[in-house]
Ligand binder design. Structure first.
Ligand SMILES: [Ca+2]
Ligand SMILES: [Ca+2]
Length: 327
């Protein structure tokens, strides 16, 4: 990697600052989730995918206690006799079925590309549904969905559950309701830099057998209008790169890069000692810029694209920005 590091030479222009000064900071960012609405499979009404034919794309089966034959998951073009209001989003919903009362949480999980960021408030929202019994003409099957096995929605970093909605909503038969899970990252959170994950679980606590999910969204907002890093690059080509940190103190901002995310601590001989970065121990300073926003410009090789992570540090307040992949 050594010859692929981002070589940035400081060249901050007044014109560039004027252009970017109008950029807003502290806005919520939606974190990408694959197949968040379970629309990946195009299905006719009441058709569904299940684990033997790919389940719900992007979502892995999460079954830590290995229920007999395994919990079943997939996409389903929900039928109006099971949910008179149809899907909350699009045509399909995700489903998690287990036909026994096992008192074991199982379902689906998606590990995201994004990592837990310092000074960030996360809000996870999911539509959760309780199908009612219905006769399926399409599947030639009488689905007995009377009752509800319970649900849990977890926001996870690494292997640690940050926050969860543990069956807090009482769902009528044939309805969906919105579940919300919040987590605020405090300074020094040891999980900063760990990969985020979302789990959608069936508690298998009762008959009814199935829980549906739809329209999964994860938003991240800087806490207290914190330092917000954005990157403008020529990726996948080499060329001019602009790193912008907004919402800072107006003093000097350091732009730091590394070959991976992590939780390296700044040593005592440097500014802001003891602060834990969201980067690994290869962290090096690309350079500094002053102001709010602070704009740092340089040239980056193509090899940095998709391989280098960047974070900004306010040297006056020691506030950290989000970590971004240089791309
Ligand atoms: Ca949907
Ligand atoms: Ca039911």
């Amino acid at each position: 990697m050594s010859n692929q590091r981002m070589r940035i030479t400081a060249k901050t222009t007044a014109a560039l600052i004027a252009i970017t000064a109008t950029a807003t900071s502290a806005v919520a960012q939606e974190i990408p989730i694959y197949n968040a609405g379970f629309e990946e499979y195009k299905l006719v009404n009441d058709d569904f995918s299940w684990k033997e034919i790919g389940g719900a794309p992007g979502w892995d089966i999460y079954d830590p206690d290995s229920l007999f034959l395994g919990v079943n998951v997939g996409d389903w073009n929900v039928h109006e006799d099971a949910h008179p209001g149809e899907a909350p989003e699009g045509l399909n919903v995700g489903w998690v079925y287990w036909g026994l009362v096992s008192n074991t949480a199982a379902g689906m999980q998606q590990i995201l590309d994004d990592t837990l960021q310092a000074d960030t408030a996360y809000e996870l929202t999911v539509q959760v549904g309780n199908a009612q019994s219905y006769w399926s003409e399409f599947n030639q099957w009488d689905y007995d969905y009377e009752g509800f096995p319970g649900y849990r929605i977890e926001l996870v970093a690494g292997d640690t559950v940050l926050a969860a909605d543990d069956n807090s909503i009482v769902l009528d038969e044939g309805t969906f309701q919105l579940s919300t899970v919040n987590y605020d990252v405090k300074p020094g959170d040891p999980l900063i830099g760990e990969k985020l994950a979302i789990r959608l679980l069936n508690l298998t606590n009762d008959i009814g057998w199935e829980v549906e999910f739809d329209d999964v969204k994860l938003n991240a907002s800087p806490i207290g209008g914190g330092l917000k890093l954005t990157i403008d690059s020529n990726c996948p080509n080499a060329g001019k790169a602009t790193l912008t940190a907004s919402g800072g103190s107006g003093g000097t901002i350091a732009f730091i890069y590394a070959t991976g995310t992590g939780n390296v601590t700044i040593p005592n001989n440097l500014p802001c000692p003891g602060v834990t970065l969201g980067l690994n121990k290869t962290a090096k300073m690309a350079g500094t810029a002053k102001g709010n926003p602070a704009v740092f410009q340089g040239n980056a090789p193509a090899g940095a694209c998709g391989r280098i992570y960047v974070q900004a540090l306010d040297l006056k307040t020691c506030a950290l920005s989000n970590v971004l992949l240089f791309d």
